[in-house]
Design a binder for this molecule. Structure first.
Ligand SMILES: Nc1ncnc2c1ncn2[C@@H]1O[C@H](COP(=O)(O)OP(=O)(O)OP(=O)(O)O)[C@@H](O)[C@H]1O
Ligand SMILES: [Mg+2]
Length: 249
């Protein structure tokens, strides 16, 4: 059975797409068949993160009925499957978000896990992602506006009968951070992972490849691998930095 997981946040720029890319890559690394879907239909970035910005057939073509969803699916060099959204203004203007819940079930049985990247905000577009998944993971940063929106996202997801698996707190590590325990207490959901602020993420974006491949022993790569292992029920021992291994010899 295919698991459909929506990655939402409310607030923009908190690391949804980064999480979809790296959580997906890590699950794939651990042997799962993973499909990433760009449900951010107005400002899609998934293809850009993975070096496939322009495709002949996109999710928008599947939503308009011009093509099947499978025709919009591409194999990434990592082994993940990716369904990028269209980047044109025409795609943005003509899209009907509500078609997502009709089209996405085509993936049932074709892949183990579908991670759907959502847009910022909680109106029609993000809500359309909620309508086509069973499970939801909410991303926040350790600052009040993001946490407030994360709480609202949890409430919206639950009002639609969705299973909120928990929260990921990303870009942590500053003295001004709201403590993670306070975030958990406020939102009343388990913290699935803490992803530290890490310049390796920016480097991976430049290389258009997941950080688990560009900087495999970076703190963010290790955190994403641990999260992936936890979510698929695998044991994972955090790999030490190579300099540490050298030092121990
Ligand atoms: N752990 C991290 N450390 C440092 N920078 C990060 C980290 N995670 C994400 N970023 C950076 O934060 C910015 C926003 O990340 P991302 O695009 O994944 O957020 P988003 O929630 O998908 O944004 P949007 O709401 O616009 O879709 C990017 O520049 C990304 O490189
Ligand atoms: Mg995004």
């Amino acid at each position: 059975m295919t698991k459909f997981i929506g990655i939402l946040s409310g607030k923009g720029g908190v690391a949804k797409t980064t999480t979809v890319v790296n959580l997906g890559a890590a699950m794939n690394y651990f042997g799962r068949d993973v499909t990433l879907v760009d449900g951010n239909l107005s400002t899609p970035h998934l293809g850009i993160h993975l070096g496939v910005p322009i495709v002949p057939i996109s999710l928008h073509d599947a939503l308009s009925g011009k093509n099947s969803l499978i025709e919009a699916m591409y194999l990434h060099q990592s082994g993940m499957k990716i369904i990028p959204a269209g980047l044109s203004l025409k795609d943005l203007i003509e899209v009907d978000h509500s078609k997502l819940k009709e089209v996405l079930p085509t993936l049932e049985g074709l892949t183990d896990i579908v991670l759907v990247d959502a847009s910022a905000g909680l109106s029609g577009e993000a809500s359309a992602v909620l309508d086509c998944v069973q499970d939801v993971i909410v991303i926040t940063n350790p600052e009040l506006p993001a946490v407030t929106d994360a709480l609202k996202t949890v409430k919206l997801a639950e009002s639609k009968g969705k299973n909120v698996k928990g929260i990921i707190v990303a870009k942590t590590g500053d003295v001004t951070d709201i403590p993670v325990e306070n975030i958990a207490a406020l939102i009343e959901k388990p913290i699935l992972a803490i992803i530290p602020f890490d310049k390796s993420i920016r480097q991976s974006l430049i290389k258009k490849d997941p950080v688990i491949y560009t900087n495999p022993t970076s703190k963010s790569a290790l955190a994403y691998k641990k999260l992936a292992a936890d979510l698929i029920g695998m044991e994972y021992r955090v790999e030490k930095n190579s300099w540490y291994k050298f030092w121990k010899k």
